[in-house]
Design a protein around this ligand. Structure first.
Ligand SMILES: [Zn+2]
Length: 164
C-alpha cells in the first residue's frame, strides 16, 4: 500500500469522466488499498480514484458505522425526494466549503473488489458522501452545486455565532 497525492481542483483529471472497471485483479486491489490509506491519512469521509489521478470508477465512502466501503462501478439507483441542505467540502478543494443540496436518502448499486454486485443505502451524511464521490467519477466537483465558497475561518465564525 502507498499514500498517494490528492489532486486539487486545478488539475484537468478531476473534470474527466472515469472509465468502468472491467478487471477485478491485483491492480484494482492495490488501487482500493491506496485509496483507503490515503483517505485515512487525509481524514476525509470519501475519496474517488480520479482524485489520485486514476480515471477508473472506484470510490471509498464512509458508512454510518464509520467503516470505509469500497464501491466499484457505483450507480445511484434511488434518490429520495426529500433533500438535505448543508455544508460540504472535498479533499481536492482544501480549506473551502459550500452549501450543497443532496437527497436525504440514496441507494447505490456497486461491485466489490471481486466483482460481486451489492447494494448500499445511506441517509444524511452517508447519502451526501455517496453522491459526492460518484459525482467525481463523472468529472463533477461540489463547487458546481453551490453559489459561494466559504473559508475555514468563515465557517468557524458561523458555527461560533450559532452556538451563542
Ligand atoms: Zn470530493
Amino acid at each position: 500500500m502507498a499514500l498517494r497525492t490528492i489532486l486539487t481542483e486545478k488539475e484537468d483529471t478531476l473534470y474527466k469522466k472515469s472509465h468502468p472497471v472491467t478487471k477485478f485483479d491485483t491492480r484494482l486491489h492495490n488501487l482500493l488499498d491506496d485509496l483507503k490509506e490515503t483517505l485515512a491519512d487525509a481524514g476525509g469521509l470519501g475519496l474517488a480514484a480520479p482524485q489520485i489521478g486514476i480515471l477508473r470508477r472506484a470510490v471509498i465512502v464512509t458508512n454510518e458505522k464509520d467503516e470505509m466501503i469500497e464501491l466499484v462501478n457505483p450507480e445511484i439507483i434511488f434518490r429520495s425526494d426529500e433533500i438535505q441542505t448543508g455544508f460540504e467540502g472535498c479533499l481536492s478543494v482544501p480549506g473551502r466549503w459550500g452549501v450543497v443540496e443532496r437527497p436525504m436518502h440514496v441507494k447505490a448499486r456497486a461491485q466489490d473488489r471481486n466483482g460481486n454486485f451489492f447494494e448500499m443505502e445511506g441517509d444524511d451524511i452517508t447519502a451526501r458522501c455517496i453522491c459526492h464521490e460518484t459525482d467525481h467519477l463523472d468529472g463533477h466537483l461540489f463547487t458546481e452545486l453551490t453559489d459561494r465558497l466559504y473559508t475555514q475561518k468563515e465557517l468557524d465564525e458561523m458555527m461560533n455565532s450559532k452556538e451563542k
